[in-house]
Each structure stands twice: as structure tokens, then as C-alpha cells.
Design a binder for this molecule. Structure first.
Ligand code: AMP
Ligand code: ZN
Length: 458
């Protein structure tokens, strides 16, 4: 069965054919670690995790590389404004290096809570400064760069097909450019290397052939993708906002240096919206996984919610939608749990229908609908369970390991147990036995240990 994916480059559905049989090279743009990730960012990582799972169900080994942007991502896409890391440092009063470590760990914890698998390779921009400098030198050698007073820039007018991914209207942009072009030659030109200002002491800066400074944001992905996946690999992903600037520039850099468009397929996840507006980390207030947990939701309810919308449509976040997702997830969990432990093989017909839906450009909403159909079907319990657990290899909802929560111990039972523990410790055996009988009458069993006791339902 063939897998079809929507490629932003060609703006069409294309059959997926790997460059090397059986293997897939995948690069996904990672977080900028100047703050926590919001659940919108995480929607993009959930989409990419779903893609990875579907690739594996199709029998491919996936080499997945994800970067950590810990330097050089400017607050504005126009190559001016502050570096987000230095701004984050000012906001928190901690060093840029400290906040990078802190938010990287927080990001990994969010991934774990959402059952998003880690990439094969994590790579930090600050660990790859030499590679980025070498990449810029390669672009320079090919004649695409120029120098301004604040950095080394890419001259996009020298690349006739610049902007194809974003279908950019270059003539329109050029005509609309005002005096604020500064020293840039064209509105779409972008920084490869930025110079440190002599009067400002940056926390993150390096020497380079052009002067002390730091890399532009886009170069890290071109350089690290090249290092770990080669000049041309299978799939590159990110959020829809990356189409017109970041990915356009990644392609531009790699094309200048190596003559390829970097990846064979370009996939983009669409935004999560809150109250119909883009949720933005730099705008301050945003929703985090921890807030969902604080409000009593299981983070996987958010994963479930993300499966209910196709990755190529925007999704409006509401608490009502999250409630519905939590209810539906609980129903699925209880159903699988109630099917017992017996093992069997999944139902072949159901699995085939399932794969047809996933292989149709990752139609998770339809695949999820099929899971509910199977749940209500009259398949034998062990087969039904095996089928749903097989489906969960794509969903990642942790259905195999889920257990109903421990029943809370009633106050009265807890008080009797405390009293009995005191009596027992004082070797007042008659009282201890009497209390045990009372606990037993309430349907509980008290088990004594060396340093304490436990209570179980009888
Ligand atoms: P950042 O950490 O800002 O570089 O963003 C990390 C990832 O989240 C990128 O792939 C973005 O395209 C993506 N992203 C940002 N905002 C949203 C949103 N509201 N919904 C979905 N993805 C988003
Ligand atoms: Zn990137």
C-alpha cells in the first residue's frame, strides 16, 4: 500500500518514495529555548510524531534529526531586533546559557508527557558554530554574499528561483520595499552572520572570518541537516509559519552551497489557534502543558484532541473541546482495559482499512473514527484488543499500559487504619484485631509492613 503525503514544495499530494529503500531521513525544526513551549508549538511536534509513527508502520527505519535553537533567532524576521535568547536572559535575569538548558529540559518533559518520541539526533545550534561558519564560507565561495555594517547577508536576487517554496511575489515585495531596507539590497535578503555591536557585550558570541558575532537563525538548520542527513534527504517538517521565511531561506542556503532543495518532501503542520488568534510565545500569555495538568487534564487528552483534526487544517483550542477529548480518551482506555489481557493477532481487515486512512496524507481523524468503530464491533475480545493496541502504535495514547486509577481510600477507613497502627505499635493486640475487623467490614484489607501499612480493596 503506498503512502501519500502533501508536499508544500509542489503544492500537491505525492506518493512517498524514499531516496534509499527502507530508510527515511527526517529533519524537524526544533524549539527556540528562550521560553516554555506552548501547546500550539506542541501541536506541530505531535503532527511530526504521528508522521514518524506512520512511516514506521509502513516498514521504514526513520533517522530523525531535531535541532535546538539556542542562539541567533531574532525577535523579528526582518533581521533586526534582539536575539530571542539574549532577550529571554534579560526577562528572567538568568544567563542565556542557563535558560537554554532550563527550557530544553522543560521541552523534553513536555514531549514525554505527550508521549512524543525523542529524535535519533538532537543538535544544538551552539554546538555547531564551526559547521555554520563553514557553510557560510561555502555560500560565500559561490558568490552569494555581501557585507553590511551589521553582518554578512545573502543576496537573494542572485537566485532566480528564490522564494519558490513560499510562492513569494518578489516583484511585489521589491516594489513595496521602503527606505527601511537599510543596507540590505533586496527585501528578502537575510543575515547569515550578524556582528556583535562593539558597545554591547553579548553572552553568546564567537569569532569568525568576518568578525565577532553570531549566526543568523536559518543557517543552523541548513548546516546541521547537511551534517547529519546529507545534501539531499527525504522529509523536512515544521509549522506553517516557516514556509515563507525560515524554510525558504534554508532551501536558498543549501541550494547556493550544494545545488539541492535540501529535502525531497516539505511538510507543514497548521496552527493551533486560541480564540481565533495565533498563540504567540513572544506575546507573553500562552497555554502550557503544565496548565492543562494543573487543571486536572491528562496531557494525553491534548494528544487525543490533536488527532481529531487533520494536520493541514488549523485547530481552534477550546476547553470544551479538551473536555470532549478527555471523555473520548477515557472511553477508549476503559474499553481496552475491559477487554482483558489475552493475546491475539489484530484483525487484518481492520488494519488494512486503518493503514489506508493513515497513508492518505495522515488522516488521523478518520483513523480515530475507525478505532471507535472497532471498539463497538463484535470482534472477539482478544482480537479487538490486539487491533486497538496495534492502532495505538500510530496514536501514541499509551493504551497498552493504562490502568484505572487507584480507588481513593475513604476517610473513615483511613482513620480506623491509623488507630489500628497505633494500637499495634503499642502491642495492644486485642484492640488491633477489633479495628482490623471493622476495616474488613467496610470492604478494605490492611496490610502491615515494617515501617507502615497499605490499604487495598477486598
Ligand atoms: P519556535 O520555538 O517558536 O521556533 O516554534 C517551534 C515550532 O512550533 C515551529 O515548528 C513553529 O512553526 C511551530 N508553531 C509556532 N506557533 C504555533 C501554533 N500556534 N500552532 C502550531 N505550531 C506552531
Ligand atoms: Zn529550521
Amino acid at each position: 500500500m503506498s503512502l501519500t503525503l502533501y508536499d508544500t514544495w509542489s503544492r500537491s499530494l505525492r506518493e512517498f518514495v524514499p531516496l534509499t529503500p527502507g530508510r527515511v531521513g527526517l529533519y524537524t525544526c526544533g524549539p527556540t529555548v528562550y521560553n516554555y513551549a506552548h501547546i500550539g508549538n506542541l501541536r506541530t511536534y505531535l503532527f511530526e510524531d504521528g508522521l514518524k509513527r506512520v512511516l514506521r508502520l509502513n516498514g521504514y527505519a526513520v533517522e530523525h534529526v531535531m535541532n535546538i535553537t539556542d542562539v541567533g533567532h531574532l525577535v523579528s524576521d526582518a533581521d533586526d531586533g534582539e536575539d530571542k535568547m539574549e532577550a529571554g536572559s534579560r526577562r528572567t535575569g538568568q544567563s542565556a546559557w542557563t535558560i537554554a538548558a532550563l527550557y530544553t529540559e522543560a521541552f523534553r518533559a513536555d514531549m514525554k508527557a505527550l508521549n512524543i518520541e525523542e529524535p535519533t539526533v538532537w543538535c544544538k545550534a551552539t554546538d555547531h558554530i564551526a559547521e555554520q561558519i563553514a557553510f557560510i564560507q561555502e555560500i560565500e565561495k559561490k558568490g552569494y554574499t555581501y557585507r553590511t555594517s551589521d553582518g554578512i547577508y545573502f543576496d537573494t536576487s542572485k537566485q532566480p528561483d528564490y522564494g519558490y517554496l513560499g510562492r513569494l511575489d518578489k516583484a511585489g515585495l521589491q516594489a513595496g520595499a521602503r527606505v527601511d531596507l537599510g543596507e540590505k539590497r533586496n527585501p528578502t535578503d537575510y543575515a547569515l552572520w550578524k556582528f556583535s555591536h562593539p558597545e554591547e557585550k553579548r553572552q553568546m558570541e564567537w569569532d569568525s572570518p568576518w568578525g565577532r558575532g553570531f549566526p543568523g537563525w536559518h543557517i543552523e538548520c541548513s548546516a546541521m541537516a547537511h551534517k547529519y542527513l546529507g545534501e539531499f534527504f527525504d522529509i523536512h517538517c515544521g509549522g506553517e509559519d516557516h514556509i515563507t521565511v525560515h524554510h525558504t531561506n534554508e532551501i536558498s542556503q543549501t541550494e547556493a552551497a550544494y545545488g539541492t532543495r535540501l529535502a525531497n518532501y516539505w511538510l507543514h503542520g497548521y496552527f493551533l489557534l486560541t480564540q481565533d488568534a495565533k498563540m504567540s510565545k513572544s506575546a507573553g500569555e500562552f497555554l502550557r502543558v503544565q496548565l492543562l495538568i494543573d487543571r486536572g487534564y491528562d496531557p494525553l487528552a491534548y494528544r487525543y484532541l490533536s488527532l481529531t483534526a487533520h494536520y493541514r487544517s488549523q485547530l481552534n483550542f477550546t476547553w470544551e473541546a479538551l473536555d470532549a477529548a478527555q471523555t473520548a480518551l477515557n472511553r477508549l482506555r476503559h474499553a481496552v482495559h475491559a477487554l482483558g489481557e489475552a493475546s491475539a493477532t489484530p484483525d487484518a481487515a481492520a488494519v488494512e482499512r486503518f493503514m489506508a486512512r493513515l497513508n492518505d496524507d495522515l488522516n488521523f481523524p478518520q483513523a480515530l473514527a475507525l478505532a471507535h468503530e472497532v471498539m463497538k464491533s463484535d470482534l472477539a475480545a482478544p482480537v479487538k484488543r490486539a487491533t486497538l493496541l496495534h492502532f495505538d502504535r500510530a496514536f501514541g495514547l499509551g493504551l497498552a499500559t493504562w490502568q484505572p486509577a487507584e480507588v481513593a481510600v475513604p476517610e473513615a477507613v483511613r482513620a480506623l487504619a491509623e488507630a489500628r497502627w497505633v494500637a499495634r505499635s503499642a502491642k495492644n493486640w486485642a484492640e488491633a484485631d477489633r479495628l482490623r475487623a471493622e476495616i474488613d467490614a467496610l470492604g478494605w484489607v490492611m496490610k502491615d509492613g515494617k515501617d507502615g501499612y497499605s490499604l487495598e480493596r477486598r
